[in-house]
Every structure is written in C-alpha cells, then in structure tokens.
Design a protein around this ligand. Sequence first.
Ligand SMILES: *[C@@H]1O[C@H](CO)[C@@H](O)[C@H](O)[C@H]1NC(C)=O
Ligand SMILES: *[C@@H]1O[C@H](CO)[C@@H](O)[C@H](O)[C@H]1NC(C)=O
Ligand SMILES: *[C@@H]1O[C@H](CO)[C@@H](O)[C@H](O)[C@H]1NC(C)=O
Ligand SMILES: *[C@@H]1O[C@H](CO)[C@@H](O)[C@H](O)[C@H]1NC(C)=O
Ligand SMILES: *[C@@H]1O[C@H](CO)[C@@H](O)[C@H](O)[C@H]1NC(C)=O
Ligand SMILES: *[C@@H]1O[C@H](CO)[C@@H](O)[C@H](O)[C@H]1NC(C)=O
Ligand SMILES: *[C@@H]1O[C@H](CO)[C@@H](O)[C@H](O)[C@H]1NC(C)=O
Length: 565
Amino acid sequence: MALIKLLLSTSLFLAGLDTVHAACEPEISFPVPNYGKHTLREPLSDITKNLDSLINAGDFAKTSFSLEISSSSKTLYTKYHTDKSLGGSPINGSSVYRIASGTKLFTALGILKQEALGKLNLDDEVTTYVSSLSTGSSKISWKGITIRSLLAHAGGLPDNFGDEDLLLTLADPSIIGLPPATAAQLHDLPKCGLYSNWTNSCTTADLNHDLHQVNPVFAPQKETSYSNVGFNILGEILSNVTGLKYEDYISTSILNPLGMKDSTFEVPDNSVAANAGSGSYWDFDLAVGIPSGGMYSSSSDMMKFLRWTLKNHDKITPTINWFQPSAWNSGSHSLLGSPWEIFRSTEILPNTRRPVTFYTKGGGLEGYYSYSIIIPQYDLVIFMSVAGELAGLSNLYTKVLNPLVIAAESEAQRQLKDNYGGVYVSTDKKLNSSITFSHTDARALHITSWVSNSTEVLAALGSFVSQKAGTTGDLYFQLMPTFRTKRSSDGRIGDIWRFINVIDDYDHPINATTVWNDYCVVNIDPISYANVPVNELVFWRSANGSNSGVDEVTLSAFRVTLHRS
Ligand SMILES: *[C@@H]1O[C@H](CO)[C@@H](O)[C@H](O)[C@H]1NC(C)=O
Ligand SMILES: *[C@@H]1O[C@H](CO)[C@@H](O)[C@H](O)[C@H]1NC(C)=O
Ligand SMILES: *[C@@H]1O[C@H](CO)[C@@H](O)[C@H](O)[C@H]1NC(C)=O
Ligand SMILES: *[C@@H]1O[C@H](CO)[C@@H](O)[C@H](O)[C@H]1NC(C)=O
Ligand SMILES: *[C@@H]1O[C@H](CO)[C@@H](O)[C@H](O)[C@H]1NC(C)=O
Ligand SMILES: *[C@@H]1O[C@H](CO)[C@@H](O)[C@H](O)[C@H]1NC(C)=O
Ligand SMILES: *[C@@H]1O[C@H](CO)[C@@H](O)[C@H](O)[C@H]1NC(C)=O
C-alpha cells in the first residue's frame, strides 16, 4: 500500500513537470541553420543600408569600425568603415585594435587548458600559486578566493589599481565636495600607471603591494563585481603553472595554433593600426594588467578565435562547459560565465517568448571599444570594434544585432519547416498510421494530427497529458532535437528528437496572474512505454546523403517507421 502511494505521488509530482508553459518552451527547438551562399542576403544588405545611412548622417564621425559576422564555419558579412579624419591606413579585416578586456577570454581559456592538463584545479585558492598575496598583513583574507571565483568576478576583489583615481583626473576635487588628500595618503600612493602619468608600468610587485593596502569589495562568492585585478592574478597563476611569461604562454597555446597572426601583446606597427586619434591608449604598456586587457587583435583574427570557441566550448575540459553560467549579474536576464557576459532575452523574437542567449565580452580602453558575441542557437558569431569616438557604438547593437537575430530565427524556422515538416504515412497499406508535423513561427515544429494503427493518438494523448498536468489549457506537442544520432542497419543517419507538451498560454504583457508561468522546470523524458520513451522520434536523413531534409520518421515506442509524402 505504501509503495503504491509513493509511486502515485511520484508520478503526480513528475506530471507537473511534463508540461510546460509557452514561456518555458525549449530554447533549442531546431537544429542550427545552414548558411549557404545567399542565405540572409537580404537582411544583411539591409544592415549595410542602415549603417551607411548612419555614416552619412554623421553618427560615425571621428569613428572607424570593423564588423564581421560569421557562422561557425564561414564568414557571412564584413563591413569596415574608415574615418579619414583619424588618419592611418584604411580599415580592413587585418586592422589592429586594442581589444582591452576581450583579453580576459584568452586568460580564461588559458586557465581552462591548464585545468584540462591537470596543472591546476578551478577550486584551488589562488594563493596556492601566488603565495605572496597572503604573506605579511593584508586587509583581504584570501581564504575562499578560488580560481573559479576570479573567472566569474566573484572573488570580492577591487576592480582596478593604479588607474581611475579622481586625484589624478579631477583638477579640483572640491567641486564634488572631496577634501584635499592628506600627506600620508599622497605618500602611500602607487608609483606606477596613471599615478606616474604612465611613465612607469605597474609590475607584479606593485600589484602585490597594492593588494596589501586595499580592502576587499565584499566577502568571496557572495556577489559579483567586475575585477580587472582578479584577471591580473589569473595571469600570474598561468605564469606560475606553465613556467612561461603570460604573453608567451597565450601566444604558443592559443594565438599560434589558431593562426592569429595579427594578434600580439606588443605594440604593433602603426601601419596596421586602426587609428583612434589623439588621447588614445594605443601604445600604453599595461604590464601586470596585460592578462585583463593588454591584447591587440584584428576582426579577422577574433573571428578565428570566436568560431573555434563556438565549436569547442564544451570540449575544452571535462569539468566545465565554457558557456556555463557561474553567477548572476544584476537584473533578471544577465549572468556571468567565465567571464562571458551572458544576456538572455525573451523580448527579441516577435512571435514567441523563446529566449535568445548571447555570450558576450566587451572591452574598452581610451579610444577603443570592442564586442565579441556568440549566439550558439543560430550558429552565429559577431565581432565589432570601434576606434576613435565611441558615440556611434550603440547603433551597432540596435541596427545590427536585432535585425540579424530576427533574420536568423526566420531562416532557422524556414529550414525547420522545409526539412522536417509535412505528412508521414505508413508504406504498409494494411497499417493505418500517419503523423503530421506542422510549423508556425510561434510553435515551431509541432504535431497536428496523428493516427496509429487506426487510433487517433493526438486527442487521446492530449487529454491524458492534460489530466496528468491538471490543466485545461490549449496544449500542443512541440518537437526538439536532442543532438544525438543513430545509424540504421543500412547505414543511414538518424537524428533523435523528442516532443514536449506545451500549454499555449502566451500572454503579453505578463501580468500578476501569468508571471509564474515563467517558472520553468523542463523534463523532456516524462513517460515511457515498455521502457522506450513515448516522445522519442528518429528522423532519417535522405538516403542521398544530403545533410538537410529527411524522408522517414521512426516513432520509437510505437515501433513504426513512416514515410514522408
Ligand atoms: C589591410 O590593410 C593593410 C594596411 O593598408 C594592408 O597592408 C593589407 O594588405 C590589407 N589587407 C587586406 C586583406 O586587404
Ligand atoms: C609557483 O608558486 C608557488 C607558490 O607561490 C612557488 O612555490 C613556486 O616556486 C612557483 N613556481 C613558479 C614556476 O613560479
Ligand atoms: C602626462 O603626460 C601627457 C602626455 O605625455 C602630458 O600632456 C601631461 O601634461 C602629463 N600630465 C602630468 C600631470 O604630468
Ligand atoms: C495494430 O492493431 C492490432 C489490433 O490491436 C494489433 O494486433 C497489431 O499488432 C497492431 N499493429 C501495429 C503495427 O501497431
Ligand atoms: C484511419 O484511422 C482514422 C482514425 O481512426 C480514421 O479516421 C480513418 O478513416 C482511417 N483510415 C483508413 C483508410 O482506414
Ligand atoms: C492576466 O492575463 C490573464 C491571461 O490573459 C487574464 O485572464 C487576466 O485577466 C489578466 N489579469 C489582469 C489582472 O490583467
Ligand atoms: C536529396 O534529397 C533531398 C530530400 O529528399 C532533396 O531535396 C535533394 O534535392 C536531394 N539531392 C540530390 C543531390 O539528389
């Protein structure tokens, strides 16, 4: 009796999870689109028109920029703009910018590579490798400050040192009510970086000295707050475990293997520079700050790196998928990875609240700003960098990213419909079995009719599922790929998919009644029959070997294969 009760309550509990609200439909409800020669041609030419009209309207006066868009395998779009007043060579894909904090991606990847080699553990405290931090008296207790926490800006460390001090940048501090600095304060100031008007670079010893003077921002692992200092320490850790200079390790382990010939840590020749005009930090030596922001690179090099990242982010080390979020940022849609700045929006796609997730890293240093962006669900990477005045920068987001995502979604949905949609029927004339996969932008691929061996499955399964979930809402079965494949006995490739039950309660704007529909727990493996998942299907790719287009589907639990008609 007790056992039966337990089973019942377990299945009731699970039933709540089998069915999701429209706000919880799977982010990935289609395979990544294929981009052919002419795919996205029209939206991309619209992007050019939009940018050209902004350029003509003077939005990019005193600003040069490089913009590249690509899939994981090929370049889809480039646009280079040279502002003549800034001087220098015309901008092209090899023009070199300071990528500033974009450098942190290379530092993080270096750490993950060393982790994969067993040379360090992400949960080691940083003082294991930089013991000088905790020698002598320090206001920062280094306990609990791990490599992993620094990767996600969660170590509680200050942002900068030797930089951004109002004492140096504000001629008269009293205009914002600050008292004059005391003699003792002046005596203890760092002697490098901005404090020396950039005549002395800040060394490891300067950083170490400063970290013994300053307070932490918060206790470790409680909150996140951007920390350049944290990445400088990660650079020291890399030197420690590899026995190499940071720059040499990154060059030999990442830049050279990827063929990033334009990328360096030394000031490149002026002839390749994207000129930023006077006042830029083009040739400032960040020294100990290099691991947090010292790299120089071009848009074509950064695309090599970002494409590699898109293809390999889950294969670098078994302990962590590089795109995995580590901590919350502020707001409800921003998270921190290591150190990806992850943004997830449900507001970009016009017909659904399916989220779009952007893995980004921005970086700025006087005269330069760059963004790296990866959108895995559409197999897209974008790099944009500007030199000169940064005023026109936000246009690159609104005039490029929004239309690009909407176009990629529309392309993904078109391919989904063409490659999988339609009616599949039994070739055995004696067996009355068929299934129809319909497509709309809102519901993606979903089942609209289903007969198995003369039984109407759709209505019966629908009411069975609704009853279990305790809902009377309009319910549909939406398909999602699992990215697993199998081979048939005759050598064909089958892509394994599942369908999940979605309640169609798309409601906008969200109100107090519907807000909890955003609470999502998804189970794509809810019920089986004879130990085979009821919601599993296998799409068999066309025998002619074409990668797109399928001609048969197997409904695993129903032990039937239907032919696309
Ligand atoms: C890019 O511009 C530089 C400097 O003008 C030039 O040397 C180089 O050949 C150009 N590269 C390409 C791919 O056009
Ligand atoms: C690495 O750091 C440890 C602890 O600070 C130190 O004992 C060791 O000598 C360092 N190794 C290198 C190569 O710097
Ligand atoms: C810092 O250096 C710049 C350029 O070298 C110079 O114009 C400026 O006057 C210097 N500032 C101070 C406070 O020395
Ligand atoms: C079809 O239904 C009949 C009668 O229930 C059953 O004997 C048969 O095995 C079913 N065939 C398939 C392929 O489901
Ligand atoms: C197949 O089964 C469906 C559902 O029971 C029924 O409506 C339809 O008439 C059947 N078709 C044939 C050809 O028997
Ligand atoms: C919220 O939306 C639901 C679903 O559309 C609707 O039934 C309800 O009346 C709305 N509530 C308020 C307070 O607007
Ligand atoms: C392969 O099959 C697909 C789907 O049936 C079809 O669209 C495509 O034209 C075929 N390609 C060749 C080269 O026969």
